[in-house]
Design a protein around this ligand. Structure first.
Ligand code: GRF
Length: 189
């Protein structure tokens, strides 16, 4: 049995997609979802999905070992950031080398780094008249969006795409590929 812990800050549609993808897989256990936002929609989703959900605040995350201690109790094989907006502290990166992965809604190294999240990314892609964008699934290191790339998938952007339509295309790629890449990393497919 492989244990996955997810981190999310917002809506959690990727979390829900991942949970549903693995729900009939006897080799995968979703141990918990951890969130830094008390009122995040992802926590409602976890409630409906009957998934263990935990909230932590900034102080607990950056100034204590509390999140590390909680993670250790789950003995995760993979920690998955699915729309998690805070930088991961050193103590967690050191404790789980090559076990933390993130999804970014663009083709890194383009449109990465601080402030490049959610619609900011898709608006920048539109403003620069890009002809393609996509997703990047990558390992997490101490810098935003800079760890080794595991998988990138592209989609085209046409002149009449809006930031909203780009976001929809990118989300579709996320839903299709993120669970599959997780399964490959854990060697359960
Ligand atoms: C996704 O686009 C993901 O790539 C990014 O944050 C967004 C999260 O969306 N890191 P959701 O909360 O899973 O709906």
């Amino acid at each position: 049995m492989k244990n996955i812990v997810l981190f999310a800050s917002g809506s959690g549609s990727n979390v829900e997609n991942i949970v549903r993808y693995f729900q009939d897989n006897s080799k995968i256990n979703i141990s918990a979802v951890l969130s830094n936002k008390k009122d995040a929609k992802v926590l409602d989703r976890c409630n409906n999905l009957k998934i263990n959900a935990l909230y932590f605040n900034r102080n607990a995350f950056y100034a204590t070992e509390c999140v590390l201690d909680i993670l250790k109790t789950f003995d995760p094989d993979l920690i998955v950031l699915a729309g998690f907006l805070w930088k991961i502290p050193e103590n967690l990166i050191a404790a789980f080398p090559d076990k933390i992965v993130n999804i970014h809604p663009a083709l890194l190294p383009k449109y990465g780094g601080k402030g490049m999240y959610g619609n900011n990314v898709h608006e920048a892609v539109r403003a620069n008249n890009e002809t393609e964008t996509g997703i990047t699934i990558h390992y997490v290191n101490e810098n935003y969006d800079e760890g080794a790339v595991i998988r990138q998938v592209k989609t085209s952007v046409s002149a009449d795409d809006t930031p909203e339509s780009i976001a929809r295309k990118v989300h579709e790629l996320e839903y299709e590929y993120f669970p599959k890449v997780i399964a490959q990393l854990l060697e359960v497919e």
